[in-house]
Design a binder for this molecule. Structure first.
Ligand SMILES: [Zn+2]
Length: 133
């Protein structure tokens, strides 16, 4: 079951990654579907991470996105949406992007929240297409 107070943020992430042309179809999270992506909140003032993604292995493998309330509650809405879209990108198999100078790309997969858009960019969409066809 998903239990997060950041429902608007994860709804944003679902929408942002369900763009026209995306091959990924994200099932609504209801009591009657088998969940493959769950959300939880936690509070850890010692962690600089606002969001943490992990995969629970096993026959009913599920992805888990955890929001750190200690960080999330200090962010504005756009930044919280970016965190949700970023962690969702991990759940879809994308890794962090980095670069500098002429190599810099606009990506929701930047590890630094201050530099990231709140929805997948053309670079992210191209990378997702490479992964999933
Ligand atoms: Zn990340």
């Amino acid at each position: 079951m998903s239990s997060t107070k950041y429902k608007a943020e994860y709804a944003h992430a679902n929408r942002a990654w369900s763009y026209p042309g995306a091959r990924i179809r994200i099932a609504p999270d209801t009591a009657t579907t088998v969940n493959d992506l769950n959300y939880e909140d936690f509070s850890d003032p010692r962690s600089s991470a606002a969001g943490v993604w992990s995969r629970r292995p096993g026959p009913a493998a599920t992805d888990l996105i955890r929001f750190n309330k200690t960080r999330m509650d200090t962010y504005d809405g756009a930044t919280r949406r970016m965190v949700a879209a970023h962690e969702f990108g991990h759940a879809l198999g994308l890794c962090h992007k980095s670069g500098s100078g002429p190599n810099v790309v606009s990506s929701v997969m930047w590890p630094d929240v201050a530099r990231s858009p709140d929805a997948p960019t053309d670079v992210d969409k191209a990378n997702l297409k490479k992964l999933w066809g």
